[in-house]
Design a protein around this ligand. Sequence first.
Ligand code: SF4
Length: 299
Amino acid sequence: MIISIDSNSGFCFGVTRAIQAAESELQKGSLYCLGDIVHNGQEVARLEMKGLATIDYDDLRTLPSHSRVLLRAHGEPPSTYWIAQQRSIEIIDATCPVVKKLQDRIRACYEQHKNDESVPPQIVIYGKPGHAEVIGLQGQTNNTAIVIESVDQLDRLDFTRPIYLFSQTTKSVEGFHSLVEAIKSKISNLKYPIALEAHDTICRSVANRVKELQAFARANDIVLFVGGTKSSNAKVLFNHCKEANPNTFFISSPDEVENLKSKIINHKSTNPDTKVGICGATSTPLWLMEAVSERLSAS
Ligand code: SF4
């Protein structure tokens, strides 16, 4: 059996930066993180062992003043900064610069058009409702932005008002372009066509991974995709891998290798040179993929 780890898998720039910030700030004293720093339970546990305490919004309102709170790569709405300021909480802002730039663009669009009373505009975000990044983006519009996930939800838009469309950074490029085409097609059938401004704000650090991951999946007989069950990026990338190679399996920890043993042994019995590839999401740490590889070698 030949085991390899995909060199293109693992933390993206924004997540690496947030984790480095946490590790460096932990050396200065106690540190809280608002929400899981990354959608990967093992990495959260590793940092918690070093002293990082994960909190939620209720905790933020009751922390002692002068506590230090790290904001993760997904970013936060303005209300979080406001609460921190009111409560004299020190913010360590590890929002990914790509997300920060998107927040600024959405806020600028909202500020520019919020007083267009004759034809109030709609800011639309192509994203997952309730996702941390999306909550941060909606906050830039005083929570007036409409969040839609697919073309099936177009009936939630008002086709008598201009549309300003943006995307959550981790959505698929194909999905975004299908949505734009569907909106354009609806507009072209209107008696009074409306304006559409579509901004493709998908992070290429994720979008470019799909092709690389699919090539890796095709080059292997069996693929173990390592990801957190809470990560939407992991689910999306896993589905792309599975599309390229149906023998792709989702696991979250090395312990789950045991459940796949019979499948791997079956394959090995017909081909002793079975290639097993290990890959993961932008939230999957390299050390976890290495631990899966070690477990596999030992089994
Ligand atoms: S996926 Fe892109 S935008 Fe999101 S945290 Fe990573 S680098 Fe930043």
